[in-house]
Design a protein around this ligand. Structure first.
Ligand code: FES
Length: 96
């Protein structure tokens, strides 16, 4: 009985550790996801630009000292900005 209880607790602890590692891996992936291949702008750089007032993808490019090359990243960067805006104003985003 004691061994079965210990085994159960061990399995529970391992499951929790796996979940924590999984969540951490997803967060690292999100922050390192590349939005702009031409200028190496990842999510962390988009977030930093947004925190300093960037409202458009063009603002993000300017914040990072560059301009659009191919422009394929516009939608991806703008989606991230929109998500950050919605997260900072959840009540207003729901009403929009
Ligand atoms: S991917 Fe951003 S300018 Fe090309």
């Amino acid at each position: 009985m004691v061994l079965e209880t210990l085994y159960f607790i061990l399995q529970l602890v391992l499951t929790i550790i796996r979940k924590i590692i999984d969540i951490h891996s997803q967060l690292v992936y999100i922050n390192t996801m590349i939005h702009c291949v031409c200028n190496n702008i990842n999510t962390a750089k988009v977030d930093a630009a947004q925190q300093r007032g960037a409202k458009t993808a063009q603002d993000v490019q300017a914040f990072n000292g560059c301009t659009f090359n191919c422009g394929a990243c516009k939608d991806s960067i703008q989606s991230r900005l929109d998500l950050l805006k919605a997260e900072s104003r959840p009540g207003l985003a729901a009403a929009e």
